[in-house]
Design a protein. Structure first.
Length: 186
């Protein structure tokens, strides 16, 4: 482990989120949830209609993943990140309602970044193409909502030392901007 890698536990709270900066490497352990496009639409539709979600998102970290079926003896199959911008239309409302972290790949919209600053949330990047390796960090997996969505059902995952990079922090730091800037020449 890099001596500067931060070990953090999910669910997240405000002091942990405030201590994370774009570019930090972290090992995330604890309980997180999963959700992709279809699950996000269901969540936002429920909230907008005044109904409660079938699970709490307060302090939660959501992993944008649609895992493959679990092989024998494993809790989950390959579990690599999906492209995050597909959740951008839904993320600001969920952040306002208490979501503290998101895991995916790729840039986020300005609306999402503004919501992260205003409500205190962080975006973690996971390395695409590493689904089999990421699944090794997942010790337990259980569908908690919308089983009919198959791979896009909401799951509760117990994770241990999931390697991530803070891509966007609550201070406006964005690794997708600052990273390439380091290597630009005039």
């Amino acid at each position: 482990m890099n001596p500067e890698t931060k070990k953090i536990m999910a669910p997240l709270d405000a002091p942990v989120v405030k201590n994370l900066k774009a570019g930090d490497t972290v090992l995330l352990s604890g309980i997180i949830i999963t959700g992709r496009d279809a699950a996000h639409k269901k969540m936002v539709d429920l909230i907008n209609s005044g109904q409660d979600l079938p699970f709490s998102i307060n302090g939660e970290v959501i992993y944008y993943v649609g895992p493959t079926p679990a092989p024998p003896g494993r809790p989950i199959g390959a579990a690599g990140p999906t492209t995050s911008y597909r959740m951008d239309q839904y993320a600001p409302l969920l952040i306002e309602r208490g979501l503290k972290g998101m895991i995916g790949k790729g840039r986020r919209s300005e609306d999402v970044k503004e919501a992260m600053k205003k409500w205190g949330a962080v975006y973690f990047a996971a390395i695409g193409g590493t689904g089999a390796l990421m699944s090794r960090c997942i010790k337990e997996a259980e569908v908690i909502a919308w089983d009919e969505l198959g791979p896009e059902a909401v799951r509760r995952l117990a994770v241990e030392d999931m390697p991530l990079i803070v891509a966007t922090d609550i201070y406006g730091g964005d690794l997708y901007i600052s990273g390439p800037e380091q290597f630009q020449t005039n």
